[in-house]
Design a protein around this ligand. Structure first.
Ligand code: CS2
Length: 443
């Protein structure tokens, strides 16, 4: 078999009209796939995140890769051709050049929730060392710091642009706007003013379960198409993209592949963040406490499944919107989690748990407590997180110094997630009761 390349596949490269930060599997299964599905003339220049390897592997195949859509019985493979330039994320010079080019209409981001280095109100997190250096005026290293620099170059051309964050953060457009404005303000008040007037921040809710592949799975998936591929992506057939906001200089017709443009994104964001991502985080910690490794095994475990259903019952009370079709949504989620051919490691979902639980579980716990209920369903994922931390082996977390300091004390751990919940004695007592139940139930 020949190696995948544009010459081998007979595929032309479209001109760059979109820039992306965060060249991971999710971007390639989602935004790049939507773009390729609807148009041949929108090329994406995608910058890698932490390490240049993802960009190097893709650049060797001219940006092309095999996308394997895997359901419980079969695979469907196709080549995605929308990424025309795969760039090492450290190449700020190239980012500046591309964002300044008038032919570029939008910048999408998938840099992980913690990767924004923002506080919940959108202000830059000065306690984060990388962000602190950016704020001190050093050459920017954070993704948003580099984007602010690139937007400064765009300002010289005067052309507007759209910034489209695609991570699991509520109101991500407004959040990133606040962060970028604060960073720009530090550089130059006129830049902040220009961004405020000329950059459109689009909020999005994105969905497609796309696990990181083990080396063996990558090797096998790379042989499923007609060419050998060193950088294939395996994803589920389901995909969803909801957007809210303007694109002042155009965009691909993503709606032709199922994307939806709405005026009020909040109910959709909450539905996805609380029901899908909240259940994911619950399974990640409770599943690992119960000795399980992947989502499909965790959702088959009666204790984990029961805990998901209890958590959903609470989360759904705050989502009471008939038009959201919550019964069908939850039934479909169970089927998606059960897909035995998608090996979604619980350890991958468990990363950066403090940031994730704050967004995915804390809102339900707070709503339940405010309504005078015990919030036991929402206490379970938090208790399982505490249990996972105490057992050791809890994965990387951008807040690990604070977590390590608090590890011996349940209330101090809950305080990292939410100070009000930590001061709520009835709630922390529920967490402690859940923790001892978990010890007893260990298989
Ligand atoms: C997961 C998400 O790793 C995680 O935190 O919950 O990546 C999840 O798979 C996606 O949001 C699905 O759309």
């Amino acid at each position: 078999m020949t190696a995948l390349s544009r010459a081998a596949a007979g595929l032309q490269a479209a001109p760059v009209r979109a820039v992306h930060l965060g060249l991971g599997a999710f971007h390639r299964a989602h935004q790049a796939w939507y773009t390729a599905a609807v148009s041949d003339d929108w090329g994406i220049a995608a910058f890698s995140g932490r390490s240049p390897e993802a960009a190097e592997a893709l650049a060797r195949q001219d940006g092309l890769y095999t996308l394997v859509e895997r359901d419980s019985e079969s695979d469907r493979t196709g080549i995605v051709a929308s990424i025309v330039e795969a760039v090492d994320g450290a190449r700020t010079d190239r980012l500046i050049e591309l964002v300044a080019a008038e032919s570029t209409a939008l910048v999408t981001l998938t840099i992980t929730e913690a990767g924004y280095r923002l506080l919940p109100d959108g202000l830059p997190d000065a306690a984060d060392p990388v962000m602190a250096a950016d704020l001190a005026g050093e050459p920017p290293r954070s993704a948003l710091g580099r984007l602010a620099l690139a937007l400064d170059a765009r300002r010289a051309t005067g052309a507007p642009i759209a910034v489209v964050p695609c991570d699991n953060l509520p109101a991500n457009g407004a959040l990133v706007r606040a962060g970028l404005l604060a960073l720009a303000e530090r550089r130059d008040a006129a830049l902040a003013e220009w961004i405020g007037e000329n950059v459109s921040f689009v909020s999005t809710s994105v969905d497609r379960i796309t696990p990181r592949l083990s080396p063996a799975d990558r090797e096998a998936a790379g042989r499923l198409g007609p060419w050998t591929d060193a950088a294939p992506v395996v994803t589920e057939p389901f995909s969803d993209w909801i957007l809210s906001g303007a694109f002042p200089v155009g965009r691909p017709a993503w709606e032709a592949a199922g994307a939806r443009f709405v005026d009020d994104i909040t109910p959709f964001e909450h539905r996805k963040l609380w029901l899908l991502n909240g259940a994911h985080s619950l399974l990640a910690y409770l599943g690992s406490v119960r000795g399980l490794d992947v989502v499909s095994d965790a959702i088959a475990d009666p204790v984990c499944r029961g805990a998901v259903l209890d958590f959903w019952a609470e989360a759904r009370r705050t989502l009471a919107d008939e038009s959201l079709g919550l019964d069908e949504y939850c039934a479909a989620l169970l089927r998606r989690f059960e897909n035995p051919r998608i090996r979604h490691e619980l350890a991958q979902i468990g990363l950066d748990g403090a940031t994730k639980l704050r967004l995915r579980v804390v809102p339900t716990a707070r709503a339940e407590r405010s309504a005078g209920r015990d919030a036991r369903g929402a206490a379970t994922p938090i208790a399982a997180w505490v249990a996972a931390i105490r057992r050791g082996g809890y994965g990387a977390d951008s807040e690990s110094p604070a977590i390590a300091r608090a590890a011996g004390d349940v209330r101090a751990l809950v305080r990292i997630l939410d100070p009000d919940l930590a001061d709520d004695l009835a709630f922390t007592t529920t967490i402690t009761a859940e923790l001892s139940a978990m010890h007893k139930e260990q298989p």
